[in-house]
Design a protein around this ligand. Sequence first.
Ligand code: M6R
Length: 629
Amino acid sequence: MCGIVGYIGNREASPILLSGLKRLEYRGYDSAGLALIEDFPAIAENGQRHSGIHAVGRLVVEKCKGKVTDLEAMAADHPHHATIGIGHTRWATHGAPSDVNSHPQTDESGRIAIIHNGIIENYSHIKDRLLARGHTFKSETDTEVLAHLIGEFYVDGRSLTEAVRLALNEVVGAYGIAVLAADAPEEIVCARKGSPLVLGVGSDNENFIASDAAAIIAHTRQVIYLADNEMATVTRAGIKTRTISNVEITKPVEVIEMELEAIEKGGYDHFMLKEIHEQPRTITDAMRGRVVEEEGNIVLGGLQSHLDELRQAKRLILTACGTSFHAALIGKYMIEQYARVPVEVEYASEFRYRNPIIEEGDVMFGISQSGETADTLAAMREGKGKGALALGIVNVVGSTIARESNGGVYIHAGPEIGVASTKAFTSQLTVLSLLTIMLGRMRHLSVVDGRAMIRKLLEIPEKVQRTLESTERQIRELSDTFKNASNFLYLGRGYNYPVALEGALKLKEISYIHAEGYPAAEMKHGPIALIDENMPVVVVAPQDEVYEKVLSNIQEVRARKGHVIAIATEGDEQIGALAEQVIYIPATLSMLTPILSVIPLQLLSYYIATARGCNVDQPRNLAKSVTVE
Ligand code: M6R
C-alpha cells in the first residue's frame, strides 16, 4: 500500500527521501511525491544571509504519476535545498492515479502539505462543510480534504501539532500521516490510526519517519513504533509523543535487527526469485531453537504463557487473507488430524463483519506476513473483543498484529519484498507444523510419534533445496510452452487442495493469466466443462492417502484433451504415463507435502510471468501489505 518517509536533520532531504521511497517500492504504488521546506535563511539588514536561521520556509511540492525514478528525474530538474521533507508513494483509493491525485496534498492556503496512508471514511461530509466555507479542491482525494481541515485549525497562533490533533478528532477512518507547514519549518507532525508508522531516532541532530522500517534502516536502527491514536512532533533535537486526546506519553526506543542485505536483490533478477531460493534457510529459521527432538516436542516462546488455554482450547479459529489464508487451510488439516482440535478457517474480511460466535475455550490465530493487513487486524480485534484468546502468526517483527495479539509466534522469514508471497507461505506452514506437534503432544500424540514428525520436519529444508535444484530448469522450459495460455486450472486434494489454490493465486497475480484452484474431485461438478485442448491443468498429486483418487481426476482431464502438468513424488512412474509433464518432489509426511509441492508452483508462476514480460515484484494493481479494507 502507500509508503511514507520523512526526514529532518542537517543533510539534503531529497536524496534521503527518494532512497527511502525506493525501499518502499515493493509495497505497490502508482504515483510518488515529495514536499520540502526550502532553507530560507533570514536576510540581515546588511543583506548578508544568516545561515541556519529558519523563520518561514518555502514549501515546495514535486509529485507525479508513475515510478520513483520519474519523481527522481523531476527532482533533478528542479533542485531544492532543504533539510526537512516528506515523501510518499501512493496506491490509489480515492481518485485514479494521476499527478494531481498524488501526495503530498496541500491545504487551501498552500502552506501545509500532508502525506497519508489509509482512508478517511467521512471525507465527503467534511468536504461539504469546507466547500460551504469557500474551500476549493484540486484533487479527488480524501487526503486533500484532511489537509484543508488541518489548515482550518492552523490559525490563531495554534501550533501545527495542535492543529493536526484537532483535525484528527473529527476524522473517522484509518490513517498514517506526516504533515509539514511552511511557517513551522523546524518540525514534522505525524500520527497514526490503523496504518503503521515508525519513527527513526538518528544520531546527529536528525530524525526520520517511515511507514516501514525498510525505508530508514540505512540511517538508523533505533526506532519508536507509534501505536494507534498516537502522534509525534519530530524535530532535529528530538521526538515528542502524545495521544490524539492530548496526553503526553513516553515511548520506548527499540532496536531493529533487520540487515540491509535482506532488503536487496543479492544478484537475483527479482526479489521474488531471491525469496523463492531463500526458502531452505527461512524454513530452518522458522524452526530454530523451537524443536526439542528428544521429547518429541516443540517450545514456542511466544505461546508459553498461554499453554493452559491452548491445552483446554475447544476450538481454534484461524483467520487470514490471500496466501496466509491458504496456509491457514493447510493448518486446519494438520491440526485436526494430529491434535484432534476442531479448527475453523475464515477469511478475515468475512469474519470481521458477520457477528461471529465466540465461545469460552475459543482460541484465535491471525496469520499474516505483514502483520498489518487491515482485515486480519480487524478480525483479531473482533475476536479479542468477544473474549477469544487472540494469537498471531506473523512475519514482521513489531507489526500491529504482533503488538496487539495476546501472544504468538514469529515465522522469522525475514523481509519479504516481492508482492507475491513465497517464503512467508512456507515459513507459515513450518510454524503451523510446529504448532500441530505441540498441540498434538498436549493431547493424543505419543513421544514416539512427535519425534517421528520432528525428524521429517527437520529434513524439509534439504528437500526444498533439492526441489529447487532439480526442477528449476525444467520449469523454465515448460513456462515457455504455456506462457500464452489464457486460463489455467490447478487441482489438488487433501493437504494439497490449498496448494492448488495458492498455485492459482500466484499465477494470476503476477502473470495476469486467469487461473482457478479447485479440490480435484470438485472438478466434475462444474469446471470440467472448461477442459479442452487449450486448458493446462496443474495437478498436485504426491503419493499420499488420496493419490489414487487424484489419478482418476487426471484421467478425467486427459479424456477431454486437457494438458496435465503433474507435481508428483520422486520415483512415481505410474503418473508419467498419464501426465504430459511431471515435476518431481521428494517424498515426505503427507502433512508436510505442501511445503515441497508449492515450490514448483512458485517457480512456474515466476517463469511464466517473466516470459510474458511482467513486472513480477510489483504486479499491477497490487500492494504488498493491504492496509485498507
Ligand atoms: O501480509 P498478509 O499475509 O496479511 O497478506 C495477506 C494477503 O494480502 C497476501 O497474502 C496476498 O494475497 C499476496 N499478494 C499473495 O501473494
